[in-house]
Design a binder for this molecule. Structure first.
Ligand code: NAD
Length: 346
């Protein structure tokens, strides 16, 4: 029998518990060896709930544990550079949440640490692991030339009634509301815009790269506070990212990829909705008197976060390459810094 993939965890806040540890605990063939959080009481309770063997007192102990193959390091983006680099230098594969870091320079240091260690650094763009999204990518490859892609985002109920994580009243490092992680030289308005971009648009830049199979080039940004339209190009295709204000009972996020003979629509589900995958509608104009078709792809019950966890276990066992390597997410940070610097300064 294969040796189980042995994992460590750093950070067991909302996402660490609900989107990551809970999924790894359900995957056969994985040993949950150790957990660290500065909130030690919370870590003990979470470890007991999910069957994690040990609670260590520091990231250094996880980095030094020779049995641990990979670490799921989930914390606020401005805090994760140092622990991620320590873990990579300790010889662990590492997955972090999106965005990769709070600025491109920090992201580059993380990517460089992974390269030097010969380990994988993975960024948690879980939407690229969504079963519907992956089906859409297969269809796009078969459809040929892409004329345009646009993504409309307004968001909505992202938690989808998932339940409550374990919490304690222990102190933790501050994330939101501090600016120490910001790229230098941004005005307060640009800082606000940048925070939003790296929190939300990091997913969208990842979706475009995944679906279109090419890198985006930034062209221009058209703000209308608190919303904006951003224009990019990807090869010959025009790419548009639109955000607007809209009351919504559900989760509104939809990509349309346009070809000469029709389009493909992909609508990711609310991020925390277990067992839902992206809905895909494919329209193809009939040729020379043939009937046009509108096909709906239903990928079945699955959750992008669970599929991401399964894939990271494969990466740790050497059976798969990362779908979203840190380097991609670093390039996205560069792009979003460019967007923020072009955003009106006041
Ligand atoms: N993929 C998505 O759709 C999605 C959705 C929401 C949030 N996120 C990302 O997840 C990140 C984490 O969000 P969260 O709600 O879990 O945050 P959180 O604050 O609830 O949890 C972070 C945990 O990390 C711990 N921590 C901080 N520094 C530490 C250190 N050096 N060593 C050990 N533990 C440390 C904190 O004590 C806390 O328990 C967010 O910053 C965001 O980028 C992603």
């Amino acid at each position: 029998m294969d040796k189980p993939v042995t994992l460590g965890f750093v950070g067991c806040g909302n996402m660490g518990q609900m989107a990551h540890i809970a999924n790894y605990a359900e995957i056969p063939g994985i040993r949950l060896k150790a957990l660290v959080d500065v909130k030690q009481e919370q870590a003990r309770k979470v470890a007991a709930r999910h069957g994690i063997e040990k609670v260590y007192g520091s990231v250094a102990e996880i980095a030094a544990d020779p049995e641990i193959d990979g670490v799921v390091c989930i914390m606020f983006w401005g805090l994760q550079e140092e622990p991620a680099i320590q873990l990579l230098r300790g010889g662990k594969h590492v997955i972090v949440e999106k965005p990769l870091a709070g600025n491109a320079a920090a992201g580059q240091r993380m990517v460089e640490a992974a390269r030097q260690a010969g380990k994988h650094l993975v960024c948690g763009y879980m939407k690229c692991h969504d079963a519907g999204m992956q089906w859409a990518r297969q269809r796009i490859v078969q459809r040929g030339r892409i004329n345009q892609a646009h993504l409309f985002f307004t968001g909505g109920d992202w938690w989808a009634n998932l339940g409550k994580p374990i919490t304690t009243s222990e102190e933790a490092p501050q994330g939101w509301g501090t600016e120490h992680w910001m790229p230098p030289g941004l005005s307060p308005a640009q800082q606000r815009a940048f925070s939003f971009f790296i929190n939300i648009y990091s997913h969208h830049l990842g979706i475009f790269r995944f679906l279109l199979g090419s890198e985006l080039k930034f062209q221009s940004i058209h703000p209308e506070d608190p919303c904006e339209t951003v224009l990019f190009s990807a090869g010959e295709a025009q790419v548009v990212l639109m955000r607007t204000r809209m009351a919504c009972d559900w989760w509104e996020e939809k990509v349309r990829v346009v070809f000469d003979d029709g389009y493909l629509d992909v609508a990711p589900p609310p991020p925390m909705a277990r067992n839902l995958s992206a809905r895909v509608d494919e329209y193809r104009k009939g040729q020379e008197g043939q009937t046009s078709t509108l096909t709906q792809g239903i990928a079945g019950w699955s959750w992008a976060f669970k599929r991401q966890a399964e894939h990271f276990a494969e990466v740790c066992s050497g059976r798969a390459e990362p779908l979203v390597p840190g380097e991609h997410a670093w390039r996205d940070l560069l792009l979003m810094e460019e967007m923020a610097r072009t955003y009106p300064a006041d």
